[in-house]
Design a protein around this ligand. Structure first.
Ligand code: PEP
Ligand code: MG
Length: 544
């Protein structure tokens, strides 16, 4: 048995077999070879195997996400037959007398650069496809397993680190727990783990070379430990604790259908945060009263190209209809920083958290923004949709947003497309927005305070940087005073104010939030009933 400690992101217990997710893009070694012929033959065989994998992926995707999204796997198959691409690989093997892996890697790099430099947006977006097929070929040539997790049995996923686009593609039913060497507790990957009730540990100092697929492990999110190769006694203890946890959940179930109200009668709206339509099941399961933050950017992640207006419309409409008249607050695209999609071609930035992201992209690349606005406005006909904009820092930005919104309305009117004008809110997640919240409150219908970013920008602490986890203190007086100030400013203008950062689920602060007068809390679905319990057991002593 080997035990490691790390930082817990979601408290829960898991017992199961391990699946190690190894990095895809480790450096490829260059080897000299006398036998160019066999290397060329290896490339041909790897190409056939890759096409077979892609055919399987196409079939699976067709059933799960439909023809449009599955089509990418057909494109990849065609690219693997491209004569220029194949000839470049063969040529490098022949002229440089090198191994197949190296020739594929060099060709992949060259083609990536060539596509990325093209003017045409469609061709530009193919750059990441070339990278993808080249990585697939290299994996096959090196005899490594495909990282496709769709056929995996339920497992404890062990990795060096995980990006949000990797996590978002995973099927929750198949992940018993996450254990990673790196990662920070405020990252979006950690947020996803909490959203899906998946026990997760980060910052675990393990050597991935020593851990094999199929090993047993126990993850204890309460103690922050992972135990590899547990003996039968440890496994039995884990099973018992999993049963106890289930019992705790059953007790909380009694709060389903009950109001979120203090002993002295102050009601709060208790909503849940989601990343995709498939998370709505957890929202309903945990009896949230609405969706307070739909992180729409996850629709853009883990794919090869922009989602179309129709795809987005269908997703938002499904959310509105499934929630059956309960509020669904859709936050517009907040891509950038840790949430990257290659086809946006955002490029490298010194300081991505303070870079080209969120509303800044939407206001600069208004076609992307307008497509999303049209989809949301159209879907609003089918339920109770509100919209909110992230990363606001100025009055001018809000005015520019409303100018674009007006244009979109004009276009929809012109085309006689049915739509509804949704309630309009903004996120307060920059210190600038806090300081001018009195002015902003006059412009919008509501505020939602994003404490994850507000903490990072106020304390000058990168939320992604694991070294700073101990300094990231969302309980800092500065943050709490800001929340109070924003609440007061919203109320002065008769607007409602919510909080949708991770802090909303901090049971140590629930009483303070209620007393400050916040009107809404939006938390991960797994926390809804715990927060409701806390509120139902307190007096509000309301100040506002
Ligand atoms: C926040 O910043 O608090 C927030 C809710 O948004 P995100 O975590 O997606 O940046
Ligand atoms: Mg944010």
């Amino acid at each position: 048995m080997t035990q490691f400690s790390g930082k817990s992101v979601y408290k829960g217990i898991a017992l199961g077999k391990v699946r190690v997710l190894r990095k895809q893009d480790e450096a490829v070694r260059r080897r000299k070879t006398e036998d160019a012929k066999s290397e060329i033959l290896r490339v041909a065989e790897a190409g056939e195997r890759a096409k077979e994998q892609l055919r399987n992926l196409y079939d699976k995707a067709l059933g799960q996400v439909g023809e449009v999204s599955a089509a990418i796997f057909e494109v990849h198959q065609m690219m693997l037959e491209d004569e220029d691409y194949l000839e470049s690989i063969r040529n490098i093997i022949r002229t440089e007398s090198v191994n197949a892996e190296y020739a594929v890697a060099v060709t992949g790099d060259n083609f990536f650069k060539m596509f990325a430099a093209m003017e045409d947006d469609y061709m530009k977006a193919r750059a990441s496809d070339v990278k993808d097929i080249s990585n697939r070929l290299i994996r096959i040539l090196e005899g490594r397993e495909d990282n496709d997790l769709t056929s995996m049995a339920p497992s404890i996923l062990v990795a060096d680190d995980l990006t949000p686009s990797e996590t978002v593609q995973m099927d929750k039913e198949k992940i018993l727990a996450f254990v990673t060497v790196h990662g920070s507790s405020n990252s979006h990957t950690a947020i996803l783990a909490r959203l899906r009730n998946i026990p997760a540990l980060i910052g675990v100092p393990m050597d991935l070379g020593e851990i094999q697929d199929g090993m047993w492990a126990v993850v204890d999110g309460f103690a922050g430990t992972v135990l590899f190769n547990p003996d039968e006694g440890e496994r039995a203890r884990a099973r018992k604790r999993i049963e106890e946890e289930r019992e705790n959940f059953r007790l909380l179930e009694e709060l389903k259908g009950k109001e979120t109200v203090t002993i002295d009668g102050r009601k709060l709206k208790l909503y849940a945060n989601i990343g995709s339509v498939s998370d709505i099941g957890y929202v309903l399961e945990n009896d949230a009263e609405g969706i307070g933050l739909f992180r729409s950017e996850f629709l853009y992640l883990g794919r090869e190209d922009f989602p179309t207006e129709e795809e987005q419309f269908l997703a938002y409409r499904q959310a509105a209809q499934t929630m059956g008249g309960k509020k669904v607050i859709i936050r517009t695209l907040d891509i950038g920083a840790d949430k990257q999609a290659d086809y946006f071609n955002l490029g490298e930035e010194e300081n991505p958290a303070m870079g080209y992201r969120g509303i800044r992209i939407c206001l600069k690349q208004q076609d992307i923004f307008k497509t999303q606005l049209r989809a949301i406005f159209r879907a609003a006909v089918f339920g109770n949709i509100s919209i909110m904009y992230p990363m606001i820092t100025s009055v001018e930005e809000v005015q520019e947003i409303f100018r674009v919104v007006k244009e979109v309305q004009g276009e929809l009117d012109g085309a006689k497309t049915p739509y509804k004008y949704p309630e309009q809110g903004i996120m307060i997640e920059t210190p600038a927005a806090v300081m001018i919240s009195d002015e902003l409150a006059g412009l919008v219908d509501f505020f939602s305070i994003g404490t994850n970013d507000l903490t990072q920008y106020t304390l000058a602490i990168d939320r992604q940087n694991e070294k700073l986890d101990d300094f990231y203190n969302p309980h800092h007086k500065a943050i709490l005073r800001m929340i109070r100030m924003v609440t007061e400013n919203a109320h002065k203008h008769g607007k409602w104010v919510g909080l949708c950062g991770e802090l909303g689920a901090d049971l140590g602060l629930t009483e303070e939030f209620v007393r400050m007068g916040l009107d809404e809390l939006s938390v991960s679905p797994s926390m809804v009933l715990k927060v409701r319990k806390k509120i139902r057991e307190m007096e509000s002593g309301a100040e506002n």
